[in-house]
Write a protein that binds this ligand. Structure first.
Ligand code: HEM
Ligand code: HEM
Length: 128
């Protein structure tokens, strides 16, 4: 599967997860998971979707080792932040226990973005 399609599939999975949490918040009239909901949808769905579009439109033949690493770093980050924030705002696990994972997840989102910029700058574009 190409990277654009891999990002698209992951993005849609996060859309389903984030919307489900949104419907749960609305149905229970408890918006406590708002921050988790927002980041599942924005980091998981929206940013993954944008990375898929960047692959489709601007990265024809990226260095596959870098592209693979970037894909897994962003997906690991999205998963860690999604699960971590849901546990945090659901008050399932105390904040101090989640800090290392959330810090690592946050930095990984940033590293994923820097790697995407690197690929955009170094890969020959398919169309201009
Ligand atoms: C099934 C669809 C959805 C439902 C039922 C839903 C439900 C909710 C609810 C109940 C809140 C809390 C509102 C509040 O207390 O202020 C919320 C906030 C939020 N939602 Fe959704 N949502 C849905 C889809 C989305 C999508 C698709 C996105 C983004 C791509 C999104 C992004 C956000 C953001 C960023 C916030 C935080 C807004 C703020 O800072 O006040 N939601 N959503
Ligand atoms: C490095 C990854 C990220 C970190 C560490 C981070 C951290 C945070 C923090 C600490 C808040 C305040 C939460 C609160 O109100 O208690 C926040 C809110 C928010 N962030 Fe992020 N964020 C990240 C990525 C993103 C991305 C990529 C987007 C959008 C594409 C985004 C959109 C938002 C929005 C819309 C809110 C307001 C939601 C609300 O009302 O609480 N964040 N973020």
């Amino acid at each position: 599967m190409n990277f654009d399609r891999k990002f698209l599939v992951c993005a849609l999975l996060y859309a389903i997860a984030g919307m489900s949490l949104g419907i749960y918040m609305a149905a229970t009239d408890n918006h406590g998971e708002l921050v988790a909901h927002a980041h599942i949808l924005l980091v998981g769905f929206v940013v993954s979707f944008i990375y898929g579009i960047i692959h489709k439109l601007w990265l024809g033949q990226p260095n596959s080792a870098v592209a693979n690493l970037q894909f897994y770093i962003h997906q690991a980050a999205a998963l860690i932040l999604s699960v971590g924030l849901t546990l945090l705002y659901g008050r399932v696990v105390p904040a101090e226990k989640l800090v290392p994972a959330l810090t690592g997840g946050s930095l990984a989102v940033l590293i994923g973005a820097v790697m995407m910029l690197y690929m955009v700058l170094t890969t020959r574009t398919v169309r201009s």
